[in-house]
Design a protein around this ligand. Structure first.
Ligand code: ATP
Length: 284
């Protein structure tokens, strides 16, 4: 029986920039299965972006430094592959949507990345239609990217990456410049990645949304993994998170405080629905 390879397997990863005194990543080990969505959280400077950039070889190939350990993405050893080859497997979406957009029309914007991969013209047309449908921007082909709202621009940036058909999508703080509506739009697309057989990684400070949309959570602090597990496994460690100056979802924090104030031991929920169930049981 053949066992499916994980989407990402990281073993003993450590990294140091040339001008930092200490390692920015230390002994990182984790595995992400195909189709899972991973949320990476941690304080500023924890090493979240650095970790993400190691996963497609951007570090150390474009941004140099001293790297140790092994990163296997879809069975490929990243250290033995070029960044351009890895871009077929791993797509990246960054914080500021407008910095990722350079073309006059939305369809040209989506065609741009595919052109770099050498996708034939007829195939491009199909992929443009498909990618715009996936992010809810069908019918916008001829518009200027600049005429879109922030949330729509970020969805376009995601569509441009999706059209390149990577199997893994990494989003580094994709919603930090967006209003709540834009944030919801981007997380809606993140949830749909699974439907298209993709694996997703999102770095964000939005713990409510991370808890709701992600299958696994990785907590990074000072370059080390502090917690890795399901949202329930991670966010119920609320006191530990507080020691790292992190908060859990508001609903988790609320029940935690309630337990303290009224000397109770209610199960800590990570979603509103779960909190309702906890209180229903409480009032029986
Ligand atoms: N190109 C670089 N050269 C030297 N040091 C860097 C470089 N990029 C990041 N660093 C340092 O590495 C550490 C980790 O940075 P990184 O951006 O990965 O953290 P982060 O968790 O993504 O932070 P944030 O939440 O603020 O984006 C920080 O101390 C940062 O100053």
């Amino acid at each position: 029986m053949s066992v499916e390879k994980p989407a990402i397997a990281v073993k003993g990863l450590a990294f140091q920039y040339p001008d930092t005194e200490e390692k920015v990543l230390k002994n990182i080990n984790f595995t992400l299965n195909n189709g899972e969505i991973l949320g990476i959280i941690g304080p500023t400077g924890a090493g979240k972006s650095t970790l993400a950039m190691c996963l497609n070889g951007l570090i150390p190939q474009i941004i140099p430094g001293e790297i140790e350990g092994e990163i296997i993405v879809k069975g490929i050893d990243v250290s033995q592959s070029t960044v351009s080859d890895m871009s077929e497997h791993v797509g990246f979406v960054f914080q500021e949507p407008e910095n990722q957009l350079s073309q006059m029309t939305i369809e040209e914007e989506i065609a741009f990345g595919m052109g770099n991969l050498g996708v034939p013209r007829e195939e491009m047309e199909d992929r443009i239609i498909d990618a715009l449908r996936q992010v809810g921007l069908s019918g916008f082909e001829k518009r200027s990217p600049l005429a879109l709202s922030g949330g729509q621009q970020q969805r376009l940036a995601i569509a441009a990456v999706m059209a390149m058909r990577p199997t893994i999508m990494i989003m580094d703080e994709p919603t930090s410049m967006l209003d709540p509506k834009g944030k919801n739009e981007v997380y809606g697309v993140l949830r749909n990645l699974k439907e298209y057989g993709m694996t997703g990684i999102i770095i964000d400070h939005e713990v409510e949304r991370i808890a709701t949309y992600c299958d696994k959570i990785l907590v990074l602090n000072e370059g080390e993994i502090q917690l890795f597990g399901t949202p329930e496994e991670v966010f119920t460690n609320i006191e530990f998170l507080h020691r790292l100056k992190l908060n859990g979802p508001q609903v988790t924090e609320f029940i935690y405080k309630y337990n303290q104030l009224f000397d109770r031991q209610l199960k800590l929920p990570t979603s509103l629905e779960e909190a309702v169930t906890v209180f229903e049981k409480e009032s029986i």
